[in-house]
Each structure stands twice: as C-alpha cells, then as structure tokens.
Unconditional design. Structure first.
Length: 283
DNA sequence: AACATAGGCAACCGCTCCGTT
DNA sequence: GAACGGAGCGGTTGCCTATGT
C-alpha cells in the first residue's frame, strides 16, 4: 500500500529548530490545540514538515516536560520496564511523568545499556551474561578499531553486535489501545475513570476525552490492568473498570510509584502476572 | 594548541497502525 | 475489503561537544 510522503520536502526547513520556529509552533498550538499535524505548519507559518512539528512539540515544547537529570529511581524504573516491554519507548515513557520516548531511548542507548553490560547483564534480554563487560574507557578501541568516521564506526558496531547475537525475527507487537480523538500528552497523565470514556480531571492534565491504557487487556469479559490503573497507581486486578490511573507527577509520588512497583515485583504471584502480561504483549 | 575520536542528543526516516471513505 | 490519509513509533543519522593524545 504505497503512499505519498507526508509532505513535500521541497523548500522545507530541516535540522535544528530556531527560537522563532519554536515560538510560532507553541503559539499556534496554544491557540488551536494539537493535532492536524499535516496542515499545521502551513497554518502556523512554519516551513516544516508536519512530522517535524509534531516531534518538536512532543519532545521539547510541550508543557511539563522534564529535561535531563534522570534520577536513580527513574533509572531503575526504566530498566525494569524495559525488561518487561523491550524497546517500546513510548510505553516506558508513559510511565515516567515528564519524560519523552525519545529522551528515554537516547538515555537507554547511551547510558543504561552500557551500565547493564558492565554489570554483566545483557541489555536486550536482561539475562546475566557469562562475565561482566569491562567498562570501555574512552578511546580504548583506538588500536582495535581503526575506523575513521563515526558512521562507519556505528555500522561496524551494529555489525559486530549482529555477529554476537542472532538476528531476531521482526515481531510486530501490539500497540497500546488508542481510544482517542485527541492526542494525550504522554508525560504521565492519563485518565481512565471508566472505559466508556468519561474522564476525571486531574490538575495539570490536559482536557481530554482520552482513554489510553497501554497496559490493560480484555480477556474473558474481564479487564485486567497492569500498571497505572488501580487505586494504588500500580498494577493489576480484574473487573476494575473504575480505575484511578492518574500517574503522580510530584517527586514524592514518583518515589511512591516506584516503591509500590518494587513491592509488586517482590511477590511471586504478581511477578507471574507481570510475566504473563509481558508475554501477552509479545504474542 | 591542535587534532582526532568518542559521546550525547536532537532530528529525520521509514514503517505500521488506525480511522475514514 | 481496498484505498487512502493522519498519526505514532522505533531505529538511525548527523552534528556539536567533550575528552584524550
């Protein structure tokens, strides 16, 4: 099913955004709301592709975006979520208030995967490696790897990993349910008072009619939730349609969320539930 | 001080999903 | 059911900065 590119690339700006472009985009969205990305640039007076506008807004201009300073708690949560969900950055980001999928993806690739390797854990499978990989000192491969440019270096890196690990068959994982006509900010707030779409309002949340429940499944007439949908802000339970799923946004609440998550992981029963849920996502 | 290289991150690309016609 | 368009996602790239020699 071929399709035309999302926009004509002729005459469009690319590369880093200027403050002026940021302002134009922000003002337009403040006035007209998100969505209609394809037509937005023209209306906003931007010479940008709609996708580019969307990305810029989602990752940098949205309100309540946290930048940098990922806390150790967040680190740990990312690692645990990755072990459950794999590279499904948007889902992981959805559990971390104020964080974007792009930021988490970058952070994973540049920090966490290395750290895991150093700790003797395979960052892909989260299983123990035979022996921990020594932390690579800067430029320690100068003698071993005489690549002169970055991209070939990267390609080399990819090749070498491909040699180590058998190539995984491409599996198309199910996406989270999108029952929305309005894009929900993924910075931690989503609402699901009921699945019929009536929404509670939370301070700081966008006005939304959205139910975006990445970790819930319908099975045998029951609805099961994993994280973020029960009255503790975390996991589990069936027949829990009246879930309170407001993810906390404050520092303490993130801590609380994390503690509850750990608590959940401690119990074998819940671990099984988490595992089976994760499996259900992968099938 | 100058250069080479690795690290980090913003942005792009291509693909898939979903809703509409 | 097919075609199409909008939107979202994950992988990859390219540029700037930091650091080592």
């Amino acid at each position: 099913m071929g399709r035309a590119p999302c926009c004509s690339k002729v005459g469009l700006h690319r590369g880093p955004w200027t403050p002026r472009e940021d302002t134009l985009l922000t003002k337009y969205i403040q006035a007209h709301g998100e969505g209609h990305w394809r037509s937005l640039p023209k209306k906003a007076g931007l010479l940008r592709c709609g996708k580019s506008c969307r990305l810029r807004w989602m990752n940098y201009l949205r309100p309540n975006i946290k930048r940098g300073n990922i806390s150790p708690d967040e680190d740990d949560l990312i690692i645990r979520l990755h072990s459950l969900l794999g590279n499904r950055w948007s889902l992981i980001a959805g559990r971390l208030p104020g964080r974007t999928d792009n930021e988490i993806k970058n952070y994973w690739n540049t920090h966490l995967s290395k750290r895991l390797r150093c700790q003797g854990t395979d960052p892909h499978t989260h299983k123990k490696l035979m022996e921990p990989v020594q932390e690579l000192k800067r430029r320690n491969n100068k003698n071993n790897n005489n690549t002169t440019n970055r991209s070939s270096n990267r390609k080399q890196k990819n090749k070498s990993t491909a040699n180590v690990e058998p190539e995984k068959p491409k599996v198309h994982l199910p996406k989270p349910i999108r029952v929305t006509s309005f894009p929900l900010p993924r910075n931690g707030s989503f609402e699901c008072n009921t699945l019929s779409g009536s929404s509670g309002q939370e301070e700081g949340c966008f006005d939304s009619k959205v139910v975006d429940i990445p970790w819930c499944e319908f099975k045998d007439g029951k609805v099961s939730f994993l994280v973020g949908c029960d009255d503790q802000g975390l996991v589990s339970g069936s027949d829990n349609l009246e879930c309170q799923s407001h993810l906390p946004t404050g520092d303490n609440s993130l801590e609380k969320l994390y503690e509850e998550y750990l608590e959940l992981l401690k119990t074998e029963e819940n671990q099984v539930e988490l595992d089976s849920f994760a499996e259900s996502l992968l099938i």
